[in-house]
Design a protein. Structure first.
Length: 192
């Protein structure tokens, strides 16, 4: 992870210009999980992501488990942390799971590792609901799973929980559920 500085934002913006020129469109930028704040960081993650997206004229693939893990690892409330992100730029969402591990520095403190092999924790459905309240455009939600696959019925239940969270958030916002909201799983899409 590069340090969260103005210099890395400038470098990212230049790389996005190159990508747009070569590919013809810009990829979504995704927030990443870190066990510790990157050394040399000048900006907190939500502000850095916001400034990076502004500089790139980019859109966000919001990984809710990465956000959740980073907030907890920094001793912050995940819901408050979510509200500091540029939610108007969110176009897609990833949900995944992780596990608690000892802090790398050996202090005895635990850190949440985003590993994509554990079930989506219940708190992420609450974050997804809050996101659906705050983002009126349609969202493509993907449940990521990179191994230790559970029974298919467990994956379907996670899809159902994500779908319900989106619907609750849409109803709270008064927008209703956009027809193009969708839930899928990586490693083959399931649309329900």
């Amino acid at each position: 992870m590069p340090p969260r500085t103005r210099a890395t934002i400038e470098g990212l913006a230049k790389n996005m210009q190159i990508a747009r020129a070569r590919v013809g469109s810009a990829p979504l930028l995704e927030n990443i999980a870190t066990l510790i704040a990157p050394p040399g960081a000048e900006l907190p993650e939500p502000e850095w992501v916001s400034a990076a997206l502004e500089a790139c004229e980019g859109e966000l693939l919001l990984d809710l488990h990465n956000l959740y893990a980073n907030a907890l690892n920094q001793g912050e409330d995940p819901l408050s942390y979510l509200r500091r992100f540029p939610l108007e730029r969110v176009r897609a969402v990833h949900l995944s799971g992780g596990k608690w591990i000892p802090e790398p520095r050996g202090t005895g403190r635990l850190r949440l590792l985003d590993d994509h092999v554990h079930d989506v924790p219940p708190d992420l459905y609450q974050l997804l609901e809050e996101l659906a309240v705050r983002v009126s455009r349609s969202l493509r939600v993907t449940i990521e799973r990179d191994g230790e696959y559970p029974d298919f019925s467990v994956l379907l239940e996670q899809v159902t929980l994500a779908r319900r969270a989106l619907a609750r958030g849409r109803m709270r916002s008064g927008v209703g559920v956009p027809r193009s909201d969708g839930i899928s799983t990586l490693g083959g899409e399931i649309h329900l």
